[in-house]
Every structure is written in structure tokens, then in C-alpha cells.
Design a binder for this molecule. Structure first.
Ligand code: ADP
Ligand code: MG
Ligand code: ZN
Length: 195
């Protein structure tokens, strides 16, 4: 089904969602690579906030990578798509972008091009993450991936935030700067968010 989208000439929006470690970036890279094999020009972007491994690459946790444009603000994506020739716009970590991204995705898709987004559908609390639910609603095709729960090994749909060895409380901010935090994929049962 997913790969059939490649033959759509009407313009479309795809979104790949799931918790951390679900393989979202891996799947995005796979789709980008297939498009390149087909001779299509891909513009790949990601927010500069994500500096975990590299600023100028989309990188998966198992080391797959593809070059991208790091952007600080959504307007930078707008200027890239207005000034460059391309067939496909691919965006990783869409949960870190503000709602103006939606209009850009719609504009690009309406012009007959393919948009592929990837990002977290839920924050560490297990609640819808910023504009991702809206993108899921307007997308032609949604791929929801699961990781492996690090507690019970069942499919994981959520991201557990751990601060100083304990589950992060509900009241902690969505983005914590400078804390000793880590993240784990967990299922509904094992995901803990103390109030
Ligand atoms: P995402 O972008 O969704 O965070 P990535 O594409 O970067 O995920 O990484 C996916 C890879 O992470 C998997 O192919 C696997 O090698 C690795 N991995 C590490 N921990 C887990 C886990 N708990 N469940 C599944 N894959 C995991
Ligand atoms: Mg990723
Ligand atoms: Zn579990």
C-alpha cells in the first residue's frame, strides 16, 4: 500500500508515526532512497533542535542516514520549497514544528507533489504531540509503527521518559533542557506517568 503512493501524481501527504525507536526515521529514509532510485528529486529537512547524531543528516538509531537541510523555523522550509525544483518533500521530527508547517504541507501536496512526514504521535505523557494529530487527519496515508516495549517485550506504542532513574511526572515540561533524562519505548501497560 505504502509504495503505491509513489505512483500518485495528484499530490499527497503521508505521515509515519509511533513512539521513539519504532523505526520512523528508518522508514522515512527507505522511502527517500526508493524515490531517489526512481530518479526523483527529494528535499529532506529536519528541525535543528534534533542534534543527537548529526545536524545535516536524518539518522536512525541503527545508523542509517541520508543528507538533509536542518531548519530552525518553518519559514525556512517555505523558502526552500519556493526556490528549489523537487518532486518530494520529506520532513523528520515534525512534532517539533509549529502549526504553520501544515499549510506548507497542504500547499506542496496541492501543487501535485508528494509530502512525507515522520514524527512522534504522542509526547512522554501519552498525549497527542503538537500538530502531529492534525497532520494525521489531513494525510492520505498514515503509517503507525510500534517499537518493542523495554519492560515486557510486547509492541510499544508510547515513549517513557525517565529522569534520574524514575518515570517522569506528568507535570514535567514536554521538552526538558539540561536534565539527566532518557527515553524508552513502552506499551500501554508498562508506560508510567505519575501525576
Ligand atoms: P525512530 O525514528 O522511530 O525513533 P529509528 O528509525 O531511528 O526509530 O530506529 C529504529 C531502530 O532502533 C530499529 O531498527 C532498531 O534497530 C533500534 N531499536 C532500539 N531499541 C528498540 C526498541 N525498543 N524497539 C525497536 N527497535 C529498537
Ligand atoms: Mg527518528
Ligand atoms: Zn510492556
Amino acid at each position: 500500500m505504502t509504495d503505491l503512493m509513489e505512483y500518485t501524481k495528484n499530490g499527497s501527504i503521508e505521515i509515519i508515526v509511533g513512539p521513539m525507536y519504532a523505526g520512523k526515521s528508518e522508514e522515512l529514509i527507505r522511502r527517500i532512497n526508493r524515490a531517489k532510485i526512481a530518479g526523483l528529486k527529494v528535499i529532506a529537512v529536519k528541525p535543528e533542535i534534533d542534534k543527537r547524531y548529526s545536524v545535516s543528516n536524518i539518522i536512525s538509531h541503527n545508523g542509517k542516514r541520508t543528507e538533509c537541510n536542518p531548519v530552525k523555523k518553518v519559514v525556512e522550509i517555505e523558502s526552500i520549497v519556493e526556490n528549489e525544483e523537487f518532486d518530494i518533500l520529506a520532513i523528520d521530527e515534525v512534532q517539533f514544528m509549529d502549526k504553520s508547517l501544515i499549510d506548507i504541507c497542504i500547499k506542496v501536496a496541492d501543487s501535485g507533489k508528494r509530502v512525507i512526514c515522520s514524527g512522534l504521535d504522542m509526547d512522554f505523557r501519552g498525549e497527542p504531540f503538537s500538530t502531529v494529530p492534525n497532520l494525521m487527519a489531513i494525510a492520505e496515508h498514515v503509517t503507525k509503527l510500534t517499537a518493542v516495549c523495554m519492560v515486557c517485550k510486547m509492541p510499544a506504542t508510547r515513549t517513557q521518559r525517565i529522569v534520574n532513574g524514575k518515570p517522569a511526572k506528568y507535570t514535567e515540561p514536554i521538552i526538558l533542557v539540561g536534565a539527566t533524562e532518557s527515553y524508552e519505548a513502552r506499551c500501554r501497560r508498562c508506560h508510567k506517568v505519575p501525576k
